[in-house]
Design a protein around this ligand. Structure first.
Ligand code: PTJ
Length: 232
């Protein structure tokens, strides 16, 4: 099913051909993780939900793979935590940004950012650095799923709290994240939204959840599960 979504994404001009390679990489890691949400990833999604709820201005970054795989789930998460959605592409073309904005609108999004591109992430090459001044540039907490390492590092250098969803615990983006979620985006995004709603309803101590989270232990646990390819 996910492969067909990515194929459709390429056909509709939403997903890049590089996105096909990223999908294959992701599938390999998901297979090694047992195609399930391991306990440490679930704890990370809960910490991510706490960060997003505490944020002054949370933004969820959407690329061509994310738009093809889980557009409705991203719209729902944005609603659950009061975040903006912003299209931010590695291989940016105005046409592809427009196609993704329209695709997200078809899935219920209003006010998707990314078209203005009136600010720049410092220390990144021109096209990839384009962001909205009142979007990612202004955000304090950014969700950057299926991300390339350079941009993740540059966003981190802007002192933003980064939440990364990536099936590879050794990827540079996962390693620079305040909260790395080592899980398939298809499972992780609805999971973050569910945790956010539960945390809000229960009046949980969000700061304590953020404080207690250990990114290094999360990465080490996922790596250990992959290396042993056994239950966590
Ligand atoms: O749409 P664009 O132009 O912004 O380009 C997007 C891609 C994904 C092509 C670009 O960001 C890229 O090249 O990414 P990388 O460097 O291939 O990294 C993608 C990471 O996401 C890899 O570590 C994959 O293992 C991981 N990944 C792939 N599919 C999934 C995934 N992680 C979680 N869930 C998935 N379904």
């Amino acid at each position: 099913v996910t492969r067909h979504r990515i194929e459709d994404g390429v056909e509709k001009g939403i997903t890049s051909t590089q996105g096909l390679i990223a999908q294959g990489r992701g599938e390999a890691f998901d297979y090694l993780l047992g195609e399930r949400t391991i306990d440490s990833a679930d704890a990370a999604t809960r910490a991510a939900a706490a960060h997003l709820l505490l944020a002054r201005h949370p933004v969820l970054s959407v690329n061509g793979n994310v738009a093809a795989l889980c557009p409705g789930e991203m719209v729902d998460l944005a609603e659950a935590v009061g975040a903006d959605l912003e299209v931010n592409l590695f291989g940016r073309t105005e046409q592809r940004v427009q196609a993704i904005v329209e695709h997200l609108r078809d899935h219920g999004a209003t006010g998707v950012k990314g078209l203005a591109a009136d600010a720049r992430i410092p220390n990144l090459s021109h096209e990839r650095a384009k962001v909205d001044a009142d979007g990612i540039y202004d955000a304090d907490v950014v969700l950057v799923p299926l991300e390339d390492g350079d941009r993740a590092e540059a966003l981190g250098a802007m002192n933003k709290t980064e939440i990364v969803i990536d099936l590879n615990p050794l990827s540079r983006s996962a390693r620079v994240a305040a909260v790395p979620i080592i899980d398939n985006i298809i499972r992780a995004v609805p999971n973050v939204a569910r945790h956010a709603r539960e945390l809000r309803e229960s009046g949980a101590d969000l700061e304590a959840i953020v404080e207690a989270f250990d990114a290094e232990a999360t990465l080490a646990d996922a790596e250990q599960v992959i290396r042993s390819s056994s239950a966590d």
